[in-house]
Design a protein around this ligand. Structure first.
Ligand SMILES: [Zn+2]
Length: 284
């Protein structure tokens, strides 16, 4: 019922183009489906939108999308293909029968009403740290099941739930050519720096970040030849292990608090987004 109401609201709101000062999440947050356009990512991961998004199937042979009510299982076709690839690899890895897939993007990307500063152009996905027991969860189970946290001491270390299998799936993801970087809590990166054997090049793509202990976040490169998609600068050269260690030190021995008043991050309005995003909203 809510969906029908929202769709109706959305159809009515299509009649006129959005004003430049409209708060973008108030529009993108209610669009029920993808735009009828060629697939394209416009803008940057934290300021952009998605044309011609593809919906990840709710259940595949090696994955399930979680929290279906959020309607965030949409992405650029490259992202959907990546998830299928990674989940197949996972199904062959010890300890993983497949993967549980968390948030991707909204049907037309853009800023969200809740959570996530990024995930706006259909090239970001959260993968649960919880290895699936089964891949036939009902929609209700997918709302209520929780992932598991892997961290100890506010993310300085991994806890006892962390396994070699977690490193192996992160490694499999990092080795995928489409992947630009992966965000995970600092303690996990440091643990992998200790445990990785042989070629360590893949570690470069694994970047320490706040949160990210219930899931890891995979970010793809802009699709080949896509105009208007803005890549993030590549990670600095090297395996990044020293940088991760300094994150850990900052967690354990926090620097003195910075008391300068913080200005809240301003809301993203339509004028902040690439021009194409108005057309993405307007498209059928
Ligand atoms: Zn994420």
């Amino acid at each position: 019922m809510l969906r029908i109401f929202l769709s109706l609201f959305f159809c009515l709101s299509l009649a006129a183009p959005a004003a430049a000062d409209t708060i973008a999440k108030e529009l993108f947050g209610y669009v029920p489906d993808a735009s009828a356009q060629t697939a394209a990512a416009y803008g940057s991961y934290s300021k952009g939108c998605l044309a011609g998004g593809e919906q990840l199937a709710e259940t595949g042979s090696t994955w399930q999308s979680m929290r279906l009510s959020r309607n965030r299982n949409w992405g650029h076709p490259d992202l959907v293909a990546f998830i299928e690839r990674l989940s197949k690899k996972a199904s062959r890895l010890k300890g993983w029968g497949g993967i549980y897939v968390g948030d991707m993007s909204q049907p037309r990307g853009g800023p969200m009403l809740t959570g996530h500063a990024s995930h706006q152009i259909g090239l970001d996905v959260d993968i649960w740290m919880l290895p699936p027991d089964r891949l036939n969860l009902s929609a209700r189970e997918r709302e209520n099941l929780s992932s598991i946290s892997m961290r100890r001491d506010r993310g300085a270390y991994v806890n006892s739930k962390w396994t070699r299998q977690h490193m192996n799936i992160l490694k499999a993801a990092a080795k995928d050519k489409a992947v630009a970087r992966i965000f995970v809590f600092p303690g996990a990166k440091v643990q992998m720096c200790k445990d990785a054997k042989g070629n360590r090049d893949w570690l470069r793509k694994i970047r320490p970040w706040w949160g990210h202990h219930f899931h890891f976040h995979v970010r793809l490169n802009c699709p080949e030849g896509s105009k208007g998609c803005v890549n993030q600068a590549p990670p600095p050269p090297g395996d990044g292990c020293e940088a991760a260690e300094s994150w850990v030190q900052d967690i354990l021995f926090p620097p003195p608090p910075d008391n300068t008043p913080r200005t809240p991050r301003p809301e993203i309005v339509m004028a902040d987004l690439p021009n194409q995003c108005a057309a993405v909203l307007q498209s059928r």
